[in-house]
Structures are given as C-alpha cells and as structure tokens.
Design a protein around this ligand. Structure first.
Ligand SMILES: [Zn+2]
Length: 163
C-alpha cells in the first residue's frame, strides 16, 4: 500500500512540490523519514525540482541533495520550499548580516566611535547602497557625517590648517 508516496515518488502529495515548474522523477533518492521534522506527511523521496526565483525570476533547481540536507541535517519543517535561487539567497543573507551589523554598532559609532568603527559603518552603507540602491535617509546621513568627520580627522592628522 502506498501512503504519501512511500513506494512511488510519483505518488508524493503535490503540496510537497507546490509551485514547481518541473519535478524530475528519475532523480528521486530515498529519504530517511525518521530524521525529518513532520507531523503527518513526511517526504519519502527527495527529487530534483525546478522553481522560479521570486526575486530575479530565473529558473533554478532545488536538488535532491539539497533537500536531504534541509530536512535531515538542518531539520527544516517538512513543508519548507525554496523561494530564491542560490545567488539571491546568498545576497539576501549578506544584506541581512550587513544590516544587523549596522544596527548593532551605529549608535556606539555615533556617540564615541573610533575612526575604525566609523569607517566600518561607511563601508557597510556603501555596500548596501550599491546592491539595494535607495536606503533610509538616516543611514545615508550617518554615512555622510562619518565621511565628513574622517576627512577632518585626516586633515588634522596631516597637520593641515583645517579647523
Ligand atoms: Zn534569484
């Protein structure tokens, strides 16, 4: 008897590959459902499936190997599916890290930051500007302020007459 496709990958419930452009049945590999995070319906097979990236609209393949890692190593909830291609996922993760670093350090940098802390904030904002474009005004103002201060600092260090 076939329950949730346990004997035949083609009989896996469709919601497990919802929105897929194609599911390549021939690539199916057997899953270890005892390692999965599910309540009713496990994934008995991992199968290469093509999706469209929600960010760049390119097609990408969510491979059987990736699925195995998601559900058996990282213990992702069984219904999880990818929304972004590998490239976009990497970029989005990078944005999030930069944004977190900015939020965690900007107040200190503004109050009594060292030149190093300030130049790091300038770097972060510049990188985000390049990839995202328009940023909250507060971020760009902070960057401009720090750039101005760094210039003044450099002029003083050089013994210039700026004052
Ligand atoms: Zn993408």
């Amino acid at each position: 008897m076939d329950i949730f496709g346990n004997t035949d990958p083609k009989k896996m419930p469709q919601h497990l590959f919802f929105g897929a452009l194609a599911v390549h049945q021939k690539t199916a590999i057997r899953a270890s459902i005892e390692k999965q995070n599910f309540s009713v319906c496990p994934r008995h097979w991992y199968i290469d499936a093509d999706f469209k990236c929600e960010r760049c609209a390119r097609e990408f393949t969510w491979t059987a190997e990736e699925q195995k890692a998601w559900f058996e190593d990282y213990f992702f909830w069984i219904d999880s599916q990818p929304r972004h291609c590998r490239e976009c996922s990497g970029e989005l993760r990078r944005h999030l890290e930069l944004r977190k670093e900015y939020d965690a350090t900007v107040a200190t940098a503004r109050d009594h930051g060292t030149p190093d802390q300030k130049s790091r904030i300038i770097q972060i904002v510049s990188e985000l500007q390049q990839v995202i474009g328009r940023l909250p005004e507060k971020m760009t103002q902070t960057k401009e302020l720090f750039e101005h201060q760094a210039k003044r600092h450099a002029e003083r260090a050089a013994g210039g007459s700026a004052g």
